[in-house]
Structure formats: structure tokens, C-alpha cells
Design a protein around this ligand. Structure first.
Ligand code: FAD
Length: 323
């Protein structure tokens, strides 16, 4: 018999993040012939509910409240718990994002349940829901089965492909009223960093720079290549520590974990802590002037050379291909 699975949609700047649709795809696998219920929390999110249904949810439940305009653990936990109480799902999915990582353990512990975090795949095998997640900084994968209680999981972005959107899908959109009270945190203002273009954690192409980029200006050709490929710029901690770029670009064990279709590492040596954040990228290209650099061990394509010569050549080549 199928399961009832809820999946939290994540809204940023008035739009659903792609990880929400990936969550719906994961939920569909778990639900089998059961029901997928999308959950949206915020101050003006009801209009987005239909998008979750088009992406594969059967219906959507919305909690709208001015106090949910900005994310707070307290506010979102109260709203989501009200939904869980009403819906009684057998599984609850979140994106493995800053929001999902903060909220999911809070709800799971309130219900006395465990949590499978950072799942890169889910399958139903012999009646069990089996999650796959990376361990040892991505060197190995383990399979997890939840044997008791509600199944909680966070899904790593860019791993489970969203279902094809079907505009003809319809489903009920209902509201749940939740009393949001005693907030210990109030968001007064969100001061955003000026970032260019695509969100790093959801980018399909990443051009990353390391200490070999040598300066802030050294990132300019990388940015040009990223713009050309519709991607984002990332960095090693070496580059961030050297103040060539902002820490929000850091990829690795203590930075962002990314899984793009294409990762171009420029002037990055390939320390284990960096590999932890990018080694599951689908295709890795490394550009390094040291033929012994560790990054070549994980690269699908290696270019031994000076990045300041190679990256402009790639830019020229892609420009000629894209016209
Ligand atoms: P380097 O190791 O200095 O490598 C620079 C590379 O650039 C060299 O391979 C060199 O051959 C090449 N190069 C130089 N000039 C050129 C050129 N002109 N053209 C082509 N190639 C050139 N690191 C992370 O990245 N992410 C993390 O999340 C992270 N977390 C950490 C957590 C802990 C607890 C610790 C201890 C370390 C962590 N680190 C992390 C740091 C990590 O160990 C490395 O120090 C760091 O990744 C090195 O950055 P890098 O490869 O840019 O620099």
C-alpha cells in the first residue's frame, strides 16, 4: 500500500527553488500509489501551490502568516507542526539546504523520530524505503532504512531529477491555520550579498577558482566562462582565505556541497576537504599547472597548463560555438 508523503516547498524571492521539485520527485518514489502533499509556508505563497502540483504533488497545504515572511526556526516549526498534526504523513521530505538542515531535525526530534540527512537517492526495495547518502566526505555511500516512526529525510539538491512538469495536473490547495506565537527571533531586515547570476548550490555548471587564481581580478576570466555557460563561480577555501573572493563561494567540507553537471576546477590542488564538496559532480574538468596535483585523480578531463592561458582559450572557443 502506498504512503502519504509531505514535501516542503522552499520559496526564495517569491519563487520556488528547484530543490522543491526534486523533493516532489523523491516523494513520488516513496509514496508509490499513495499521496504526495506539498507544504508551503510563508506570507504570500498560496499562488505557488499549483506549481508543486504541476511538478507531481497530488495536492498542497499552505500556511500563510505575516510572521512567516522571513524564515525563523521557531515560526516555521510551529507552522509545519500544525500541518503534520492535521495530515499525519508517513514521510516528510526537505531540501538539504540551509533551511532544510535547520528545520528538519527540529521537527523530527519533536516527534521523537530519526532523520536521514543529505540523501542523494531514494528507492523502494522490498517494501522498504531505502535512502542512499554519502559518507567519509563522499568517498563511500551508505544505504539507510527507517524502521520506526515517521520517515524524515533531507534531499541533496541536484541529485534526484524533477519529474516532467504536467500543466494539466490539478489538485486541491487548502489552508491550515497555525497560531505562530512566542517567536524568539524576528527578522527585521534581510541584507543580501550582491551575488552575480546563478545560485551556486543549484548551478548545473560551476567554474571554481583556487589559490592559483592569485587575486580578486584573477576570478574575472572564470566569471566570464561561467556566464557563458549559464553557470556560477565557486572557490576553494584557499582562495577565500587569501581574500580573492567571498566565503559564500567556498565549496568543500566546511563550505557548500555541490553536484553540478560540469565542474571546472581552476588552480585548485584538490585537498580532501575540497573534494568533499565537489567530487560527486557529474563531469569534472581540472586545469592546473602541476601535473601531480591531486585534483587530477578525480577529474574526468585534465588540462595541465596555466589557467590564465587556458580559461581565455575556453572562453573564445565556447563563444565561437555558441554564436
Ligand atoms: P593550494 O593547495 O595552494 O593549490 C593551488 C593550486 O593552484 C596548486 O595545485 C597549483 O599548482 C595551482 N596553480 C597555481 N598557479 C596556477 C596557474 N597559473 N594555473 C593553473 N594552476 C595553478 N578547502 C576547501 O576548498 N573547502 C573546504 O570546505 C575546506 N574545509 C577545510 C576544513 C578543515 C578542517 C581544514 C583543515 C581544511 C579545509 N580546507 C578546505 C582547506 C584545504 O585543506 C586546502 O588548504 C585548500 O583546499 C587549498 O586550496 P587551493 O587548492 O585553492 O590552494
Amino acid at each position: 500500500m502506498g504512503k502519504k508523503v509531505t514535501v516542503l516547498g522552499e520559496v526564495r524571492d517569491g519563487a520556488l527553488r528547484n530543490v522543491s521539485f526534486e523533493g516532489v520527485a523523491a516523494a513520488r518514489k516513496i509514496a508509490e500509489d499513495g499521496e504526495v502533499v506539498a507544504v508551503l509556508l510563508g506570507s504570500a505563497v498560496k499562488d505557488l501551490a499549483q506549481e508543486m502540483i504541476v511538478a507531481g504533488a497530488d495536492r498542497a497545504v499552505v500556511v500563510e502568516d505575516e510572521k512567516l515572511a522571513g524564515y525563523t526556526s521557531d515560526g516555521y516549526a510551529q507552522a509545519l507542526l500544525a500541518v503534520v498534526e492535521q495530515e499525519n504523513p508517513e514521510a516528510i521530505l526537505f531540501g538539504h539546504t540551509a533551511l532544510g538542515k535547520d528545520l528538519s531535525p527540529k521537527i523530527a526530534s519533536k516527534l521523537g523520530c530519526g532523520l536521514v540527512s543529505d540523501a542523494v537517492n531514494v528507492e523502494v526495495e522490498g517494501g522498504n524505503v531505502v535512502f542512499t547518502r554519502p559518507i567519509y566526505s563522499g568517498k563511500a555511500f551508505e544505504k539507510k532504512i527507517v524502521t520506526d516512526g515517521v520517515i524524515f529525510a533531507t534531499i541533496r539538491p541536484n541529485n534526484i531529477p524533477p519529474l516532467e512538469k504536467d500543466a494539466s495536473r490539478t489538485g486541491e490547495v487548502s489552508e491550515v491555520s497555525a497560531e505562530i506565537k512566542d517567536l524568539r527571533t524576528i527578522v527585521r531586515e534581510v541584507a543580501k550579498k550582491a551575488t552575480q547570476g546563478v545560485d551556486l548550490s543549484e548551478a548545473k555548471v560551476i567554474v571554481a577558482g583556487g589559490r592559483g587564481v592569485k587575486s580578486e581580478e584573477g576570478f574575472e576570466p572564470l566569471q566570464e566562462l561561467a556566464n557563458l555557460l549559464g553557470g556560477a563561480v565557486g572557490a576553494s577555501r584557499g582562495a577565500c582565505d587569501a581574500e580573492y573572493c567571498d566565503y559564500s563561494l567556498q565549496i568543500g567540507q566546511t563550505g557548500k556541497v555541490v553536484t553540478p553537471d560540469l565542474y571546472i576546477a581552476c588552480g585548485i590542488s584538490g585537498a580532501i576537504q575540497h573534494l568533499a564538496g565537489m567530487s560527486n559532480s557529474k563531469v569534472i574538468v581540472a586545469i592546473n599547472k602541476d601535473p601531480e596535483a591531486n585534483i587530477f585523480k578525480v577529474a574526468d578531463y585534465g588540462i595541465v597548463g596555466d589557467l590564465f592561458e587556458v580559461v581565455p582559450l575556453l572562453v573564445e572557443e565556447f563563444k565561437s560555438l555558441l554564436v
